[in-house]
Design a protein around this ligand. Structure first.
Ligand code: ZN
Ligand code: ZN
Length: 233
């Protein structure tokens, strides 16, 4: 006797629990994914927030996160892959494909999830727009002011910070300006300022003295200091 699908009558195999594939998948939701997935994305730096942490926007992270949200039914051991594409409307969509076995047969099911980017300002960018800084570098000349050298020093500070910014979003100049016989540079992260200065000191033969000033309390009630680095040339 020929096998046929009890729902649509198709005699074309393969069959899954005696139904044809399309009827079976129509009646059984094997892969459950959220209809949309909201991710906060900073309008300033473009980083996205996943599990409470801010990351440089990275599809691999988002894919890994989405994989954990997939629920499987009847398939115990599916291979899940995530691909990103743009919908005709220009929205970003993740296509989730699960490959596994149901009743001893190989089954592949694909679902799409809309990635819903929410425009926010991340805490670091929020601080920067508020003129935040942890460290101030004062470049001061004891010898006659050499503007060319001063420019090289500023450029070098900028270069050092750019490297650190990959892992520390506050490694940046939040403000700068002319000062009597020199220049002031405000930096978001004191750790980054200190690292940059250790390189500058040896490269440009400068001496640097630091002093700390209490600048209030942070969110957790701890004393917050601002460090001034006085660089003499
Ligand atoms: Zn059928
Ligand atoms: Zn940001």
């Amino acid at each position: 006797m020929n096998e046929f699908c009890p729902k649509c009558g198709s005699t074309k195999g393969p069959f899954l629990n005696s139904f044809c594939y399309s009827c079976y998948l129509e009646d059984h939701e094997l892969v459950i994914v959220p209809g949309s997935f909201e991710i906060e994305r900073c309008v300033k730096c473009g980083r996205t927030r996943l599990s409470g942490k801010w990351f440089a926007e990275n599809n691999a992270f988002i894919a890994e996160f989405l994989e954990k949200k997939v629920k499987l039914k009847e398939m115990d051991d599916a291979d899940i892959s995530v691909e990103f594409e743009e919908s005709p409307k220009g929205e970003q969509v993740a296509k989730i494909t699960a490959r596994g076995e149901v009743a001893g047969k190989n089954v592949t099911v694909s679902k799409t999830v809309l990635i819903d980017f929410k425009r926010v300002a991340c805490p670091s960018c929020g601080k920067i727009s508020g003129g935040y800084f942890e460290a101030k570098i004062q470049i001061r000349w004891d010898s006659p002011r050499d503007l060319k050298k001063e420019k090289s020093i500023c450029a070098e500070i900028g270069r050092q910070l750019a490297v650190m910014r990959e892992t520390n979003p506050m490694a940046l100049i939040t403000d700068e300006g002319e000062a009597p016989n020199g220049r002031d540079i405000y930096i978001g992260s004191n750790k980054a300022a200190r690292t940059a200065l250790s390189i500058i000191k040896s490269k440009f033969g400068a001496t640097v003295l630091s002093s700390a000033k209490l600048a209030g309390l942070d969110e957790s009630g701890k004393e917050r200091y601002r460090i001034t680095y006085s660089m003499r040339l």
